[in-house]
Design a protein around this ligand. Structure first.
Ligand SMILES: [Zn+2]
Length: 79
């Protein structure tokens, strides 16, 4: 992805939306950047996947995080 898109999303990738962990690397958290998407994985099991083709405005990224976090929590409870 281009640098502007990455810079818009990066602040949202710093902390895991589920557990707040800042760890990236050391076999715990991870960030994978593709051409039109970014994936932020965390040791707690939450994986945030964002597709930049829908835009990278703050509100869009936050909405996407909330939707995926709700889904993640529902799945966790459902097991
Ligand atoms: Zn986490």
């Amino acid at each position: 992805m281009n640098a502007l898109d990455y810079l818009a999303i990066a602040p949202h990738l710093h902390n895991c939306a589920n557990c707040g962990s800042e760890t990236i690397g050391n076999g715990k958290g991870s960030v994978s950047i593709e051409e039109t998407s970014v994936v932020r994985g965390c040791d707690c099991g939450f994986v945030f996947h964002f597709d930049t083709t829908n835009g990278t405005a703050d509100s869009i990224v936050k909405q996407s995080i909330n939707t995926q976090l709700d889904k993640f929590k529902e799945d966790s409870i459902g097991i």
